[in-house]
Ligand binder design. Structure first.
Ligand code: UT7
Length: 305
């Protein structure tokens, strides 16, 4: 869906969207296409790229805020689609930080020897919780899924993970209805993303600046040691503020928000996949992944790819 299409739906312009967010287009799931359908495609492509077979997968975690149904979890639905049986499979709900949370949990399973080959996914159909008459939110989001395979090895691939949350900021970004609260809005389909964008923006910039500093300090690394920043794709202005903090030129930052919009938990793995497949990210590169989102939740992962 292009900005031009949105111009026909709400009072907005291509210029405003590009200038304020960097977004030119986003993808919207087809009617009947679910979060799990997209997660399956991402999962199969990740297994193919990693040369891993279905019978090796012994853990499935999906970061999602938009599961297909209340239960079973999207991870269990995916397990059925993939015809995998028995391994633990569960969803993590940390909104835009969902993939960083999922990756962090999978890493702990692997570190403790509880899993050897984890399938970790971020997948969202944000379009289903957007008010398409609200120009302040509908221009921002998109649908998608990205996946990685995380495997036990002799050398550490994930150098460190840092995840946080502060529920104090609930009012700035939420969908204020669900199963046990305002359930009538959930049932009549008017439970939509509500955001005080400007306030979220300020906290996001400050928080991401702090967490990248913390991640570097924890690993005793300097800014020059990071080869690629793979940030959550909400807004190019937020991303360039974090890059500036790291003294990183924008050609060392993976930017996909222009083509994907904000796909919440799917955004970091989609960006990672894009830069791995087009050859920018190479084996041995040091990657800094970071995200910030509803909750508030935020996190960063440092990877030796
Ligand atoms: O991923 C989870 C975390 N989420 C984020 O990180 C998003 C953080 N926030 C943002 O990215 C930005 O705050 C937005 C892109 C959402 C908004 O940009 P902004 O520069 O903060 O704009 P604003 O909200 O201060 O609005 C500026 C003006 C307002 O008009 P007035 O009051 O100045 O007359 C809005 O009504 O822009 C207006 N506006 C629009 N105009 C055209 C808001 N949305 C639109 C629109 N088209 N789609």
């Amino acid at each position: 869906m292009t900005n031009a299409e949105l111009e026909r739906m709400v009072d907005t312009t291509d210029e405003w969207i590009k200038a304020r967010t960097g977004i030119s287009e986003r993808h919207i799931a087809a009617e009947g296409e679910t979060t799990c359908d997209m997660a399956e495609q991402a999962a199969r492509r990740a297994m193919e790229a990693a040369n891993v077979s279905l019978d090796q997968i012994d853990l499935i975690i999906i970061g999602t805020t938009t599961p297909d149904v209340i239960f079973p979890s999207t991870a269990c639905l995916l397990q059925k689609k993939l015809d995998i049986h028995g391994c633990p499979a569960f969803d993590i709900q940390a909104v835009c930080t969902g993939f960083i949370y999922a990756l962090t949990i999978a890493e702990k399973f692997i570190q403790t020897g509880s899993a050897k080959t984890a399938l970790v996914i971020g997948a969202e159909t944000m379009s289903r919780i957007i008010d398409w008459t609200d120009r302040s939110t509908c221009v921002l989001f998109g649908d998608g899924a990205g996946a990685v395979i995380l495997q036990a090895g002799d050398e550490p691939g994930i150098l460190s993970s840092h995840i946080y949350a502060d529920g104090e900021y609930e009012d700035l970004l939420n969908v204020p209805a669900g199963i046990s609260h305002n359930s009538e809005r959930f049932k009549d389909g008017t439970a939509f993303v509500e955001m005080q964008g400007n306030e979220v923006f300020k906290v996001a910039v400050n928080t991401l600046g702090r967490i990248v500093d913390e991640t570097l300090a924890h690993n005793k690394l300097g800014k020059k040691d990071i080869d690629w920043l793979v940030p959550h794709q909400a807004n190019t202005r937020i991303i360039s503020a974090t890059a500036k903090k790291l003294d990183m030129p924008m050609n060392k930052v993976v930017l996909t928000v222009d083509k994907h919009g904000n796909t919440s938990a799917a955004s970091v793995p989609l960006a990672l996949d894009t830069a791995v497949r087009d050859g920018r990210i190479k084996r041995g590169d040091t990657l800094l992944l970071e995200a910030f989102g509803g909750g508030f939740t935020w996190g960063a992962t440092l990877i030796n790819y």
